[in-house]
Design a binder for this molecule. Structure first.
Ligand SMILES: [Zn+2]
Length: 191
């Protein structure tokens, strides 16, 4: 008897993972510049039209989260303040500021990687995307490439703690001394 064909992921799952890996590349860019590594990409009709990574320290801009950077780029490119055909992929659960910006832009769908138990606004602390009191809702897919997204943040905070404890350490960067280690720190997964 012929063996059944191997189970494959649904096409959407595969696409989601591929786009999340591109968002992870963006997060690496943030780390290279000494920022908390969070990255985002915006996809329209299966094509990446905008990218962003977290850069509040370098830009002296507390709103320069990965989602906002990508959102501004996409809106400028499309010449529209509303982006209802777009999907945003981000490596960390959006905060309340980014969630509201995405709702204002009328995004249909948001996909994120790691949960943020301290400031996540897609179910961890609050769920703004599904709040019945708000007039727009957004389809959310959580924990795509979750392990890789969490590991990147954990590695970053581990290196940051080391650098803050040892000012002579090669990884020490004066700009990092202002980062609150607990701000986006992710608890290690329970194994
Ligand atoms: Zn944010």
């Amino acid at each position: 008897m012929k063996a059944p064909p191997p189970k494959t992921m649904a096409p959407d799952d595969e696409a989601d993972r591929a786009f999340m890996r591109l968002a992870l590349d963006q997060a690496q860019n943030a780390w290279l510049l000494g920022e908390v590594p969070v990255g985002a990409v915006i996809v329209k009709d299966g094509v990446v039209i905008a990218t962003g990574y977290n850069r509040p320290i370098g830009d002296h801009d507390p709103t320069a989260h990965a989602e906002i950077v990508a959102l501004r780029q996409a809106a400028t490119l499309l010449g529209n303040y509303r982006l209802p055909e777009c999907t945003l992929y981000v490596t960390l659960e959006p905060c309340a500021m980014c969630a509201m910006a995405l709702l204002h832009a009328r995004f249909a769908r948001v996909v994120f990687g790691a949960r943020d138990p301290k400031t996540g606004a897609a179910g961890s602390v609050v769920d703004l995307f599904a709040d019945p009191r708000l007039n727009h809702h957004c389809d959310v897919t959580a924990e795509v490439e979750q392990a890789a997204c969490s590991a990147l943040l954990q590695d970053f905070f581990r290196a940051l703690r080391l650098a803050q404890k040892q000012p002579a350490h090669p990884a020490h960067d004066a700009r990092l001394s202002g980062i609150e280690v607990t701000e986006l720190d992710i608890e290690p997964p329970i194994s």
